[in-house]
Design a protein around this ligand. Structure first.
Ligand SMILES: Cc1cc2nc3c(=O)[nH]c(=O)nc-3n(C[C@H](O)[C@H](O)[C@H](O)COP(=O)(O)O)c2cc1C
Length: 393
């Protein structure tokens, strides 16, 4: 029998599904409900010093939909509106009621040693399991010199990690921003400053576009907008890449996230090095109840693969991600056309011609392949509307 139980730096998770720091963790009663419904842990919506101003814009969300399904999300929301006392009391209450659940305090302060210390010292007195340093919020906070403004510089990230590590009595995870040229520059720097692990990724900075009728921004606040943080399915390739890059350079634990909407996504995050995974946007769109399918799907998958626990799955794909110049350039694939599916629409031949190779042609309603011309790029199999083309070695 496989188990979803897992342990990270001595913190026991009954399952690897954790609510990310965001609106679903903005209230004690919400976290309480999520725990009742089966989530393994929660990262509290980022806690800040009580005097840090937090004035929200309205509206603050926008989305990209495909067939009415949200595939991309953007927010310009700020941090927790609750006081430090609210969260200290809340953590005590939640831990007493749910002793087997993991509670991580996400925190952010101005770049001031005393302010960071004060926050940690207050939270040290609670049964919180770990800290997550939010060095990565891409909107609102960077204008104050914090959030992503911290996580894009090695110097300030290192400095603050050191301040927190000096006083923290629980493990310290640094939440990294993908909005940098090389995420490992920051991950290596905070590891040198004794961070205990990483959380990645926070949202990807983006612009949600313009309404063609009104010519106003899609996320429009009284006629204007601001760059915001993108999340959901559209950011998953970025999140997976960042987690893999961090893992290739470190053995520390990683709380992986970014576009996880089902158990299959979670499998991929674990396979590239995540110890546990966090979910935000999918919960905001479909509610806490998704935990049921996440847990059963992952458990069934482990059993089908003959794996005992997620540690058997962790890192399994990491050695398969190598440098471009190390790829086997003698390896070729060619399109194989399933004649029972092909309707001779000619899309593959047109695209192949217009995108360099002209290796496919339509002769008497049949697709012919010129093997000499084919470079095995796989574009034909991607554009075929009938899924009639597979690439074969
Ligand atoms: C509305 C909203 C608010 C968020 N607030 C926070 C926050 O307070 N602190 C934080 O570290 N991350 C915050 N995030 C980022 C998420 O924790 C997460 O890193 C990101 O959304 C990627 O995961 P996802 O694709 O599952 O949403 C927020 C995200 C959203 C969508």
């Amino acid at each position: 029998m496989a188990t979803l139980k897992t342990s990270v730096l001595g913190i026991e998770f009954e399952n690897p599904f954790v609510l990310a720091s965001a609106p679903p963790t903005a209230l004690v009663e919400s976290i309480d409900k999520a725990f009742e419904m089966g989530w393994g842990g929660a990262v509290i919506k980022t806690i800040t010093p009580d005097d840090l101003e937090m004035v929200e814009a309205s509206p603050r969300y926008a989305s990209i939909k495909e067939k009415n399904k949200v595939i991309g999300f953007q927010n310009i929301e700020l941090l927790s509106h609750k006081t430090i006392k609210y969260w200290c009391d809340g953590i005590r209450y939640l831990k007493e009621k749910h002793p087997t659940k993991v509670i991580i305090a996400s925190i952010m302060s101005p770049v001031d040693r005393n302010a960071w210390r004060e926050l940690v010292l207050r939270l040290n007195e609670t049964p919180v399991d770990a800290y997550e340093l939010n060095f990565s919020c891409p909107h609102g906070m960077p204008e104050k010199g914090i959030g992503m403004a911290i996580g894009t510089t090695t110097e300030i990230s290192t400095l603050i990690t050191g301040w927190v590590k000096d006083v923290a009595t629980k493990p310290v995870f640094v939440k990294l921003t993908p909005n940098v040229a090389d995420i490992t520059r920051i991950s290596k720097a905070v590891e040198r400053a004794n961070a205990d692990g990483f959380a990645a990724i926070n949202t990807v900075q983006g612009f949600m576009g313009i309404n063609l009728d009104t010519l106003e921004p899609n996320l429009c606040i009284d006629g204007c907008t601001t760059f915001g943080g993108c999340s959901g399915e559209i950011v998953r390739p970025i999140g997976l890449r960042c987690v893999a890059q961090i893992r290739q350079n470190s053995n520390l634990p990683i709380l992986g996230m970014g576009g996880i909407s089902n158990w299959q996504d979670a499998v991929q995050y674990i396979a590239v090095g995540s110890d546990v995974v966090q979910v935000c946007t999918e919960v905001m769109i479909n509610g806490y109840g998704i935990i049921k399918g996440l847990k059963s799907g992952l458990l069934n998958y482990l059993e089908e693969k003959g794996m005992n626990s997620i540690s058997d799955l962790k890192n399994i794909a990491i050695d398969k991600i190598i440098a471009h110049n190390a790829l086997n350039k003698n390896y070729f694939v060619n399109p194989n056309i399933d004649k029972t599916k092909c309707v001779a629409c000619g899309k593959c031949t047109k695209i192949c011609e217009e995108s360099e190779y002209s290796a496919l042609s339509l002769v008497e309603r049949e697709i012919k392949l010129d093997k000499e011309k084919c470079q095995g790029c796989s574009l034909c199999s991607i554009v075929c509307p009938q899924n009639a083309i597979s690439m074969e070695h």
